[in-house]
Design a binder for this molecule. Structure first.
Ligand SMILES: [Cu+2]
Length: 129
């Protein structure tokens, strides 16, 4: 009986590992996902370029301090990024341009200069219609 239980546990472990591997290689989201490190007092990268009209997910992780971003133009609600947490924001830019998002939480001496620049690029603009 003990052997059967051990065998079952092994099969279950393998099945779990295989299903996790499938999840890992399957593109879950077709739209871009961008990792941004947030720290005192900068976003890294500090400038990102994203396509116009496509849902984009920002995955923000703070390694020091509590920060925040917000953009009415881009449809990003006021979002706090606590230290050590991963915060995901998905939005769809409606208008091409350059948007400078200043940190929304007063976070210390470097706060005034802490900004994330998002360039929304209309990739079809240069192509013949
Ligand atoms: Cu900040």
């Amino acid at each position: 009986m003990q052997k059967v239980v051990t065998h079952f546990a092994l099969v279950l472990t393998i099945a779990l590992a295989v299903s996790m591997a499938v999840v890992a290689v399957t593109p879950v989201m077709a739209h871009p996902s961008i990792d941004i490190a947030v720290a005192n007092w900068k976003f890294t990268p500090s400038t990102i370029t994203i396509p116009l009209g496509e849902p984009t997910t920002l995955r923000l992780t703070s390694t020091s301090g509590v920060h925040g971003i917000k953009s009415d133009d881009l449809g990003i609600p006021l979002t706090t990024i606590p230290n050590g947490k991963v915060v995901e924001i998905t939005f769809t830019p409606k208008k091409a341009g350059t948007y400078v998002l200043h940190c929304q939480i007063v976070c210390g001496p470097g706060h005034a200069d802490m900004a994330l620049t998002i360039v929304v690029s209309d990739a079809s603009a240069g192509k013949a219609q």
